[in-house]
Design a protein around this ligand. Sequence first.
Ligand SMILES: CC(=O)SCCNC(=O)CCNC(=O)[C@H](O)C(C)(C)COP(=O)(O)OP(=O)(O)OC[C@H]1O[C@@H](n2cnc3c(N)ncnc32)[C@H](O)[C@@H]1OP(=O)(O)O
Ligand SMILES: O=C([O-])CC(=O)C(=O)O
Length: 391
Amino acid sequence: MGDTIEIKKGLAGVTADRTAVSKVNVETNSLLYRGYPVQELASTQPFESVVYLLWHGDLPSKVQLKDFMRRERVQRALDPAVVAVIDGLSEAAHPMDVVRTAVSVLGADDADAWNNEPEAVSAKALALFAKLPTVVAHIQRRHRGLEPIAPRNDLGYSANFLWMTFGEEPDEVARKAFDVSMTLYAEHSFNASTFTARVVTSTLSDYYSAVVAAIGALKGPLHGGANEAVMRTFDEIGAPANVVPWLEDALEHKRKIMGFGHRVYKRGDSRVPTMKAALDTLVDHYGRADIAEMYAALESEFVSRKGIYPNLDFPSGPAYHLLDFDTDVFTPIFVASRVAGWTAHIQEQLADNSLIRPLSAYDGVAERHIDGYVADKAAREAMTRREELAG
Ligand SMILES: CC(=O)SCCNC(=O)CCNC(=O)[C@H](O)C(C)(C)COP(=O)(O)OP(=O)(O)OC[C@H]1O[C@@H](n2cnc3c(N)ncnc32)[C@H](O)[C@@H]1OP(=O)(O)O
Ligand SMILES: O=C([O-])CC(=O)C(=O)O
């Protein structure tokens, strides 16, 4: 019987549900958030507007944006109890584990955590969205033995994120490149972490549990963890001249080249040109032609040998490096952005919920029994019922 069942390994090609949040169109190599091409959003809208769009379905009016930004800005500070938990963790803990723990603590401290009404979830989401940059900046500074810097209410989301991390107001090139990356990372239909959030939500668990689980899924190097893995590749290669020998060795040893390939896009990731352009502005700004050369060499060598194209993590990794983030803080930055998409999907799942529970085809050993076992009444009844059902 098992032989006749078609298994879609990794659910590849399976359409699991409908969504109105975003459309990944492989044929046209496009990505729409609530109908808008992501490139248009990245070049014309601040990240806060994009988050509003994902959560409310439409771009905000000036008044709505002002109100959204005001409500975000006043919730940026962390409760001392959350800071104490973060500071109590080992300094060797991976920043993704620290972020995951911080979200768990925020959930445990929220007396309204179980409330899944749309307004309650929106309130939790906005508070979390406001606090995640503070958590990430805190982790980055702690890594460098530096005191945390309090959020500033007079700065927009991205400028404040960089301010809290580095203690300097970013110039416009840095702020814009970072803001673009946040928009591009915000949402991507049923990717593994979003699907995880939807699975958890489908059990009617709470918002924080869904986000914590999604962070766990994003951490893996086949998903969000690839942005830091890309930078480790650049570090390992060291200089543009080393790209070819490094790649030949990697291919010979059947290593995955991080930042390349995608489950859905097979001819290139729709977001890469926009992020590559943002990376180029940083390369020019910081005078780091070596990064651009390494990027170009690795891309052309790998594409020509394998026909596998870069995904968004390929330009984002070096961009965050040029902005001076430590490599293991790259994926937490992704969390701060993707919480926007997770939230939209959690709300969508709650609005029309059905428990997500696929089937499995058993291919273990055939039924067997414990030596000397004498069936009791319940077991005899179960066996009779099985025989009846089997006809
Ligand atoms: C934001 C994001 O999450 S984007 C994704 C980030 N992840 C990465 O960059 C990690 C590297 N990439 C990969 O591991 C894969 O391309 C994935 C996981 C993203 C997609 O995987 P799948 O859709 O399952 O493709 P699959 O792994 O089956 O790849 C098909 C073939 O291409 C090869 N391949 C795919 N990506 C790569 C890669 N980056 N390096 C080397 N070979 C690759 C596979 O080994 C496989 O070869 P085979 O048929 O000889 O076994
Ligand atoms: O869609 C995917 O599978 C992975 C991805 O690019 C994302 O989550 O941004």
